[in-house]
Design a protein around this ligand. Structure first.
Ligand code: HEC
Ligand code: HEC
Length: 208
């Protein structure tokens, strides 16, 4: 008799809980996700990427304003080892997919940064390469994928305002096929780029 009552009570509770979950407004879930992301970001990621995703070291990319889908793709690739980084492999080891998505949304909402122009001539060369590529060597125009203002979209990363040293390093890695999670696309782009073109486009983009 007692067992029967307990079972019934459990059943009723289960139904009530399910009903509560269904009626919990979407924004409450979103708030919980954001709080979780903020906790991880402040506790772990901020040390290298900055409190506002604004990193000030050329080694650590800026995350503010970066697209959620792109961030999630990279975090998964760091976890699987497809994109190699000793620093990041450790950071993502325990992250779940939901946490990756929450972190992506958290950083995408933050206002993007921009650098001051350091070398006007170099930035002008970069602007040309970005808009037109180099038809003599076969470098395609970056604008065709990353957009007129370097804002990218979804899986195409935002490049505008990213630190020039980081951009330069990534282009070199794509060139040597060391960053291997891009399905060859960026390797084909960077394969024919000279270091001058890489430095120029990096200088231009960091100031956008
Ligand atoms: C100890 C320093 C360090 C910490 C802490 C750290 N990162 Fe990173 N992160 C890096 C480095 C270094 C890179 C660049 C790797 C490379 O050169 O390919 C990077 C790259 C990334 C990228 C790729 C960005 C791009 O533009 O492709 C994302 C996304 C990222 N980190 C997110 C995070 C998140 C989220 C956390 C917290 C869970 C975190 N990182 C914690 C050092 C760190
Ligand atoms: C055909 C489309 C295409 C073109 C053209 C293209 N890109 Fe990309 N680029 C991509 C994609 C897709 C990625 C994301 C790769 C990944 O998922 O890891 C990317 C990634 C990058 C990254 C890495 C950003 C980061 O945060 O780590 C840099 C830097 C970059 N591109 C620079 C350039 C430059 C400079 C040019 C022009 C010379 C260019 N791209 C042209 C598609 C393109």
């Amino acid at each position: 008799m007692n067992t029967f009552k307990t079972m019934n009570l459990r059943h009723v509770l289960a139904v009530l809980c399910a009903a509560a979950a269904w009626t919990l407004p979407g924004s409450a879930w979103a708030q919980a996700d954001e709080a979780r992301a903020r906790k991880i970001a402040n506790g772990v990621c901020a040390m290298c990427h900055g409190d506002q995703g604004e990193s000030t070291s050329e080694i650590f990319p800026r995350l503010a304003g970066q697209h959620t889908d792109y961030i999630v793709k990279q975090l998964k690739a760091f976890k699987s080892g497809e994109r190699k980084s000793t620093a990041m492999a450790e950071m993502v080891a325990k992250l779940t997919e939901d946490e990756m998505i929450a972190l992506g949304r958290y950083y995408e909402k933050m206002p993007a940064q921009r650098e001051n122009v350091k070398d006007t001539g170099l930035a002008a060369v970069g602007a040309y390469v970005y808009q037109h590529g180099n038809k003599f060597s076969g470098v395609p125009a970056c604008v065709s994928c990353h957009g007129p203002d370097g804002h990218g979209a979804s899986n195409l990363p935002r490049l505008a305002g990213q630190l020039s040293g980081y951009l330069f390093t990534q282009l070199k890695q794509f060139n040597k096929r060391e960053r291997t999670n891009d399905n060859v696309v960026m390797h084909t782009v960077a394969e024919k780029m000279t270091e001058l073109e890489m430095a120029a486009v990096a200088e231009y983009l960091s100031t956008k």
